[in-house]
Design a binder for this molecule. Structure first.
Ligand SMILES: Cc1ncc(C[n+]2csc(CCOP(=O)(O)OP(=O)(O)O)c2C)c(N)n1
Ligand SMILES: [Mg+2]
Length: 636
C-alpha cells in the first residue's frame, strides 16, 4: 500500500479538496473552500493545512462563526446543494458560535461542514484555555451541544479515524434526504498528529446525487387520487428547487391544470405571472392561495415539510374529505398528513406522475376561478406597492421599489422579521432561485452573511439583501467581509425602530407590542422614553461600505439605480412606519399561544379570537377524515 504522511488537518483538507458531485451527467467540485476564524484550537492543525494547500482550497475570513455558517448556507442554497463550504472554528466560544448556524442549515436541509477545535485528547494539560470541563465525563465537551442540530456528529480522536469518518460526512452532505450540517470535533493535538494515510483516500472521488423513483404501487394509487380530484392544489417547497424540478413542475401543471401554492423555500417554482401560480401559501400567503387551499379535496406536497406557516397552523385545509399525496426524498416528510408517500426525487416523480395521470385535467371553471383570484391579487399587490401614509414610507412601498429595480435573475435574500412574510406575498419571482429567503429557522442575523454566500455562488447576479433594523443589529458584521472580498451586495436596511413583526403577534395575543420598540427607558421604568435614532449609515460606513439614507420613494429609486450601476457594496437605509403592516389574506391564521386567563381585557379578547381559530384546526391524521381539534376532548 502506498501511503502519504499527513497530519490529521492536512489529510482532512486534502480529502475535502478531492470531493466532487455529479447529477444528470454534470460534475462539479463539491467544496468551494473554507470559511474560518483561527485560534489556538486550530492554528497548528487545520489552519496550517489550509495554508499549505494554498489557493486550490480558498480560505475566507469571517467576522463571526455564526455568520460564516450562514454564508456557507447562503452559498449551498443558491448552488442547489451541489456545492458547499467547510467552516472552521477554534475551540470554546468560536465553536459554540456555530450552533445557531448549524441548526439553521440543518432545518433547511442545506449542506455545510463544520470543523471545530476541541480540547487536547491527551488531557495532560487540561483544562486548556476555553475548555469547559464537564465533571461527570471527560469525554464530553462544549462541542457535544451540536449533536441535536446536525445530521452527522463525530469526534476524531485518532488521525486514522478520518478514513472511516470522512466518507460518512460526504454521504450525509450529498444525500438529498439527509443533508444538513455535518460536524467534526477535532481535538487540537490530534489535528497536528501525523499518520501514513493510503494515497487512494486523496484521489478524486465523485458522489452521484441520485434521482430516486417512488414505489410503483404508491404512484399508481396517487394517480388514481389525482384523477378523482376536482379541486386539487400543489404545495411546492424547497424540494422543487433543489431537485431542479421547476420545468417538470411547469409541464405537469400545464398538462393537468393543477394550481401551485408556494412555501418560502419553494417560491419561484413557477413564475409569479404563470396562470396556475397562486403565490405564497398560508400565514404569509396570497389571497388566491388562501382561498383555494381551504376548498382543496387533494393536496400534493412537493418537497415541503408542511410547517405551520404554509398550513396556516393546520387550518389551511377545510374540505372534510381532503387527502394528501406527498412527493419527498425524505420518508419523514412524505408520510405527513396521512399522505400517499411518493418517496423520491421531485423531478423524476413528477415526470412519472405526468404519464400515470393520463388525460386528467381540472375543469375550466376551476381555472377560471383561479384566474379571477389572481387578477384580484395582482391589483392588491399594486395597491400595497403604492400605499402611502405620507411623511414616512411603508414597507410595501419599499418592497415595490426594490422589486421594480431588479432584473429577473437578481437575487433577494432575507430571513427574519416582517420582511420574509411581506416578500412571500409581494415579491414577483420571475426566476427559480431568485428568492433566497431563509425561513426554516428564521434566523435574525442570517441576512447579510447569507447574502455574502449567495454572491459567492452567483457572482454574475445582483444580490439584494433586505434586512430589518433588529436583524441588522443582531449581526451586520459581514458587510466588512463583503468589502474585504470585493463582493458587491445591495443592502436595504429597513428601519422601523423595533420589531414590527413581533409587535404584530404581540397585538394578536393582546400584549400591545410590549418590549418591541427601540425606546430609551423612561422615568416610569418602562421603554416609554424617546424613540432611539440609530445611525445605520455611519455603522455601514464604519464597516467600509458606501451608505446613504433615503426618505422618499424618488430618492430610494435613484439610490437603487445608482447602486446597480456601481461595482461595490452599497447600503441604503430607509425609515419605515412601524405600524403600517401588510395584512394577512383570507385564511392566514398563525397559532400564537395565547393566555387562557389574564387581568388584561385585550388578552381575554385575544383568547376568544384564538379559540374561534383553534376550532378550525385539523389533525390531518386519517386520509379523507381530517378530524378537528374541537372534536377531541380537551385536557383541563
Ligand atoms: C436570533 C433570533 N432571535 C429572535 C427572533 C424572534 N424575532 C423574530 S422577528 C424579530 C424582530 C425582527 O426585527 P426587525 O429585523 O427590525 O424586523 P421587523 O420585525 O421590524 O420587520 C424577532 C425578535 C428570531 N427570529 N431570531
Ligand atoms: Mg424593525
Amino acid at each position: 500500500m502506498t501511503t502519504v504522511r499527513f497530519t490529521t488537518g492536512q489529510a482532512l483538507v486534502n480529502y475535502l479538496a478531492s470531493q466532487h458531485v455529479e447529477r444528470d451527467g454534470t460534475e462539479t467540485r463539491f467544496f468551494a473552500g473554507l470559511w474560518g476564524i483561527f485560534g489556538h484550537g486550530n492554528i497548528g492543525g487545520v489552519a496550517q493545512a489550509v495554508q499549505q494547500l494554498g489557493g486550490d482550497f480558498p480560505y475566507y475570513l469571517a467576522r463571526n462563526e455564526q455568520a460564516m455558517v450562514h454564508a456557507a448556507t447562503g452559498y449551498a442554497k443558491l448552488a442547489n446543494r451541489l456545492g458547499a463550504f467547510a467552516c472552521l472554528s477554534s475551540i470554546g466560544p468560536g465553536a459554540t458560535n456555530m450552533v445557531t448556524g448549524a441548526a439553521s442549515a440543518t432545518i433547511n436541509h442545506v449542506p455545510v461542514l463544520l470543523l471545530a477545535g476541541d480540547a487536547f485528547a491527551e488531557r495532560v494539560q487540561s483544562p486548556v484555555l476555553q475548555q469547559l470541563e464537564f465533571g461527570p465525563s471527560q469525554d464530553t465537551s462544549a462541542n457535544d451541544t451540536f449533536r441535536p442540530v446536525v445530521r452527522y456528529w463525530d469526534r476524531i480522536n485518532r488521525p486514522e479515524q478520518l478514513i472511516t469518518a470522512l466518507p460518512e460526512v460526504m454521504r450525509v452532505l450529498t444525500s438529498p434526504a439527509e443533508t444538513g450540517a455535518a460536524f467534526l470535533a477535532l481535538p487540537q493535538d490530534i489535528q497536528t498528529y501525523a499518520f501514513d494515510f493510503p494515497v487512494e483516500m486523496f484521489e478524486k472521488r465523485v458522489w452521484s446525487i441520485p434521482r430516486n423513483r417512488p414505489d410503483r404501487g404508491a404512484l399508481a394509487a396517487a394517480a388514481e387520487w389525482i384523477r378523482a380530484a376536482t379541486r386539487p392544489v400543489i404545495f411546492a417547497g424547497g424540494g422543487v428547487r433543489y431537485s431542479e424540478a421547476a420545468e417538470a413542475l411547469r409541464a405537469f401543471v400545464e398538462q393537468t391544470g393543477i394550481p401551485v401554492a408556494e412555501t418560502h423555500a419553494g417560491k419561484g417554482s413557477l413564475p409569479f405571472d404563470h396562470p396556475l401560480s397562486l403565490g405564497g401559501a398560508g400565514v404569509s400567503g396570497t389571497l388566491a392561495a388562501n382561498v383555494i387551499a381551504p376548498d382543496a379535496d387533494l393536496v400534493i406536497g412537493i418537497g415541503t415539510r408542511f410547517t405551520d406557516f404554509p398550513t396556516a397552523s393546520k387550518t389551511a385545509f377545510q374540505d372534510p374529505g381532503v387527502r394528501f399525496i406527498n412527493i419527498n426524498v425524505a420518508e419523514f416528510d412524505a408520510y405527513k398528513h396521512a399522505a400517499i408517500p411518493l418517496v423520491g426525487d421531485a423531478r423524476a416523480t413528477l415526470e412519472e406522475l405526468a404519464v400515470a395521470v393520463g388525460d386528467y385535467s381540472t375543469a375550466p371553471e376551476y381555472r377560471q376561478r383561479i384566474a379571477a383570484l389572481n387578477r384580484e391579487w395582482d391589483a392588491e399587490v399594486e395597491r400595497v406597492y403604492h400605499h402611502s401614509v405620507g411623511e414616512i414610507l411603508t414597507q410595501g412601498e419599499v418592497i415595490g421599489a426594490v422589486e421594480a429595480s431588479t432584473d429577473p435573475r437578481d437575487v433577494v435574500v432575507t430571513s427574519a422579521g416582517s420582511l420574509p412574510g411581506d416578500l412571500l406575498k409581494l415579491w414577483r419571482s420571475r426566476d427559480v432561485g431568485s428568492y433566497q429567503v431563509e425561513y426554516g429557522y428564521s434566523t435574525m442575523g442570517y441576512e447579510i452573511a447569507g447574502g455574502v454566500g449567495a454572491k459567492l455562488a452567483a457572482p454574475d447576479r445582483e444580490v439584494y439583501v433586505m434586512v430589518g433594523d433588529g436583524s441588522f443589529q443582531m449581526m451586520s458584521n459581514e458587510i466588512t467581509t463583503a468589502v474585504q472580498e470585493g463582493l458587491k451586495l445591495i443592502v436595504v436596511v429597513v428601519d422601523n425602530k423595533g420589531f414590527s413583526s413581533v409587535g404584530r403577534v404581540s397585538e394578536q395575543v393582546g400584549a400591545e407590542g410590549f418590549g418591541c420598540h427601540y425606546r430609551l427607558r423612561g422615568p416610569s421604568g418602562a421603554y416609554d422614553g424617546p424613540e432611539m435614532r440609530l445611525d445605520f449609515v455611519k455603522m455601514c460606513q464604519g464597516m467600509g461600505a458606501r451608505a446613504l439614507e433615503v426618505t422618499t420613494l424618488d430618492e430610494l429609486r435613484a439610490a437603487l439605480v445608482d447602486a446597480r450601476a456601481g461595482t461595490e457594496t452599497v447600503c441604503i437605509v430607509v425609515q419605515t412606519d412601524w405600524d403600517e403592516r401588510v395584512r394577512g389574506y383570507a385564511n392566514s391564521w398563525w397559532e400564537m399561544a395565547t393566555p387562557q386567563v389574564s387581568e388584561m381585557p385585550a388578552v381575554n379578547a385575544a383568547r376568544e379570537e384564538f379559540d374561534r381559530n383553534k376550532g378550525r384546526q385539523r389533525y390531518l391524521m386519517i386520509p379523507g377524515a381530517p378530524f378537528q381539534q374541537g372534536s377531541v376532548e380537551k385536557q383541563t
